[in-house]
Write a protein that binds this ligand. Structure first.
Ligand code: FAD
Length: 518
């Protein structure tokens, strides 16, 4: 153990040894209690794990990895760096499900947040009730949404807003937005948070909400990890639905497909979830790992149509209901779908449990994992496209670039959502302007042998050339100017918040927004 500790300290010396206190004296290692040093690792396995992510495109080894067993361990580490005259960078890592190194800290320290949950007894997910807000859950930032779901439904309640995939952390999705087909109705996950505990870049633990430390609260929501480390979030809950009608309709016409999607999201008491995706003839089922929905017979019917059109569009909707509606729900859905222009006969229906619906992506993941196809590169490109540009986007990107190039890619999602569900005080970036509806487009590429980044660049160039005012979701940029353009009028506020809460630019360096000398 002593030899290991010495090796660790000597490795840390090379990075952190440069760390000097403000009076320029070397910071003694005793500054960090032995307790925290024993939770730092710099061995090959720890560094390897922390220097890769889901994207499998970038490798940036940190100097060390912290496995905290308490919030205090994180506070101590951040304070230590903040008090150095040459601070080292720190990245909270949720599940590392980012695609481009966003949760890495080259030569800094990665905090493996899951280690806060080491005893795995879910005591960091607590359901409570308050007369003014109803049910809510206090949830550790390291918690996976799947565990939040399991724990809350035990008590008959559940969060209102989800991502399509649940093996993501609360801190990770709140640092982005957390979107899916429920966003149009309930808002993104960042819209459903009452309060948070956050450790700022100065190492201060602050509780924040709409009214208390609100600048930090709104900054952190969609803030790409720049202002603090979320250690607890208070999440809105509602009664958990018990039954789910899950449907897909196939379109051969993009205009009809998007009009119907927009119609569905405009209804008062309509669907609970609306998404959509492309079906590319040449790509077959590899494209559909996100959920096993169609039977083999359905698949062959769709395949024969897509061989005719080359590209089809699948509209996906869900209606939640309970036992009292068992006999009336089908009629209710028929009314909601009245007048919709999908291809006659190509409407498919399934009945699943609430948990199975929300966890629908998991089986596809496990299948790909078993074939070794989950760990391939994922050069994802996620975009928000204003409604007024979506037809041009279809013509230039789906029909031309993607269909023409015919590269094996992965699922391609396209569904509308509503601007009014994004509080403009939050850091999350959506298209500028007043247009109420914008589309979420997810090009969820996975490929080990295709240069899909050049296709991504072509798509971005097309949008730029033809003036499509898109914004990237889960953004990735390399230069300060690109980040300024991304944030647009909100860049000033973003910068001011950084100066306020992380003045030494310690946190989440993998986003490549700020560097200490910028
Ligand atoms: P990480 O990748 O570990 O971290 C992401 C960023 O947040 C990093 O900058 C990190 O430093 C920071 N961070 C992590 N934890 C904290 C914390 N506690 N406090 C402050 N900052 C923190 N997104 C959607 O919105 N909707 C979807 O439907 C969706 N589906 C997905 C499906 C798959 C298969 C995958 C791989 C990703 C999907 N995503 C989706 C993207 C996902 O939201 C991001 O990957 C997100 O970063 C969450 O991943 P994570 O929890 O592993 O965070």
């Amino acid at each position: 153990y002593k030899i290991f500790l010495l090796a660790l300290i000597s490795r840390l010396m090379s990075i952190l040894g440069k760390c000097k206190a403000s009076n320029n004296s070397i910071v003694p290692y005793e500054f960090m209690s032995l307790d925290i040093v024993s939770k730092l690792r710099a061995d090959h396995d720890a560094l390897k794990e922390a220097s890769s992510d889901f994207g499998n495109l970038i490798q940036n080894p940190p100097a060390a990895v912290l496995y905290p067993s308490s919030i205090n361990d994180i506070i101590e580490l951040v304070k230590f760096s903040h008090n150095c005259s040459t601070p080292f960078t720190i990245a909270a890592k949720g599940r590392g499900h980012s695609a481009r190194g966003q949760a890495m800290a080259q030569n800094g320290v990665v905090i493996e947040m899951s280690s806060l949950n080491n005893n795995n007894d879910n005591n960091r997910i607590k359901v409570s009730w308050d007369p003014s807000i109803g049910f809510y859950a206090d949830v550790g930032g390291e918690q996976l949404w799947i565990d939040v779901l399991k724990k809350t439904v035990e008590q008959g309640v559940a969060p209102v807003s989800w991502t399509d995939y649940l093996y993501l952390t609360v801190g990770g999705t709140l640092s982005n937005a957390g979107i899916s087909g429920q966003t149009f109705r309930y808002g993104p996950q960042i819209f459903n948070v009452y309060e948070m505990d956050v450790i700022t870049g100065k190492g201060e633990l602050m509780t924040c909400s709409h009214h208390v430390n609100s600048e930090l609260f709104f900054g952190v929501l969609g803030g790409l990890g720049q202002f603090g480390i979320i250690t607890r979030a208070r999440i809105a809950l509602r009664e958990a639905p018990t039954r789910v009608k899950w449907m897909r309709m196939i379109y051969d016409d993009f205009s009809a497909f998007t009009k119907d999607q927009e119609h569905l999201i405009s209804m008062e008491n309509g669907m609970d979830y609306v998404e959509g995706s492309l079906i590319l003839h040449q790509q077959g089922s590899a494209n559909n790992w996100r959920s096993s929905f169609f039977t083999p017979l359905d698949q062959s019917r769709i395949a024969s149509l897509s061989s005719k059109f080359g590209i089809l569009y699948s509209l996906e909707v869900v209606k939640y209901y309970d036992d009292a509606k068992v006999h009336t729900i089908d009629m209710e859905i028929e009314v909601l779908l009245e007048g919709m222009k999908f291809v006659a006969g190509l409407k498919f229906k399934r009945e699943v449990s609430y948990i199975d619906f929300l966890n629908r992506v998991r089986s596809g993941e496990l299948e790909l994992q078993s074939k070794g196809e989950w760990e391939v590169p994922h050069p994802w490109l996620n975009l928000f496209v204003p409604k007024s540009s979506i037809m041009d986007f279809n013509a230039g990107v789906f029909l031309d670039i993607i269909h023409r190039q015919n590269k094996p890619s992965g699922p391609i999602l396209v569904y509308p959502t509503s601007r009014k569900m994004f509080d403009e005080r939050m850091s999350a970036v959506i298209p500028e302007g007043e247009e109420e509806i914008f589309y979420c487009v997810g090009l969820l590429h996975s490929s080990s042998d295709e240069d899909l980044d050049s296709q991504n660049n072509e798509i971005l160039e097309y949008c730029n050339k033809f003036g499509l005012k898109i914004k990237q979701y889960l953004p990735h940029y390399k230069t300060k100017q690109e980040w300024k353009d991304h944030f647009g009028p909100n860049w000033k506020t973003f910068q001011e918040r950084k100066a306020l809460f992380d003045p030494k630019m310690i946190l989440s360096p993998g986003q490549m927004i700020f560097t200490p000398n910028s």
